[in-house]
Write a protein of this length. Structure first.
Length: 157
């Protein structure tokens, strides 16, 4: 079990954290994201995209489409479950078609998973502190994601 928390002081710092994670991702990685509206989740994914060699300008919040797919070093599946109301909705959309494939999946509003939450995933929690600061906590239970977090931590600002 590993976790670390940091406070970013600008969108650029959140992007940079995402970028560092993006460079370390492996096929099949699942990153569940939790936190309020405007807390920085999409910004973080934009950084991840950059780390995967995808133009970050292409990344838009998928709130209205549920899933966006981007092609970089790995395929990036960017989900946003904000509009889903119950776990049944999640089952109905066949959310796991991609989740357990060779790409990497980032899921905004993972609160909505309920019991369908994947067994193993990297957990990220975003808290709005004020206009420019966000508290971000990354945590993992299993060994592989824990190792990834230790590396990320070592490179933190
Ligand atoms: N430290 C910071 N980290 C991330 N974003 C920040 C920070 N400071 C300011 N911002 C701004 O806050 C906003 C975060 O919006 P973003 O779309 O990333 O949030 P979100 O968590 O995806 O929200 P939603 O739940 O609505 O999808 C952006 O406009 C960004 O520029
Ligand atoms: Mg978003």
């Amino acid at each position: 079990m590993a976790s670390f928390t940091l406070t970013t002081r600008s969108a650029a710092e959140t992007l940079a954290l995402g970028q560092r994670l993006g460079r370390r991702l492996l096929p099949g990685d699942i990153i569940c994201m939790f936190g309020d509206l405007g807390s920085g989740k999409t910004t973080f994914v934009r950084g991840v995209a950059q780390g995967l060699g995808i133009d970050p300008g292409d990344i838009h919040s998928p709130t209205f489409v549920l899933l966006n797919i981007y092609h970089g070093r790995l395929v990036l599946y960017h989900y946003d479950f904000y509009r889903l109301e119950k776990p049944d909705d999640i089952a109905a959309i066949g959310y796991d078609d991609f989740l357990y494939g060779e790409g990497v999946s980032f899921i905004e509003w993972s609160e909505r998973f309920g019991p369908l939450i994947p067994k193993v995933y990297l957990r990220t929690e975003f808290v709005f502190i004020d206009e420019t600061r966000r508290r971000i906590t990354l945590s993992a239970e299993d060994e592989r994601y824990s190792r990834m977090l230790k590396e990320l931590k070592a490179f933190s600002p």
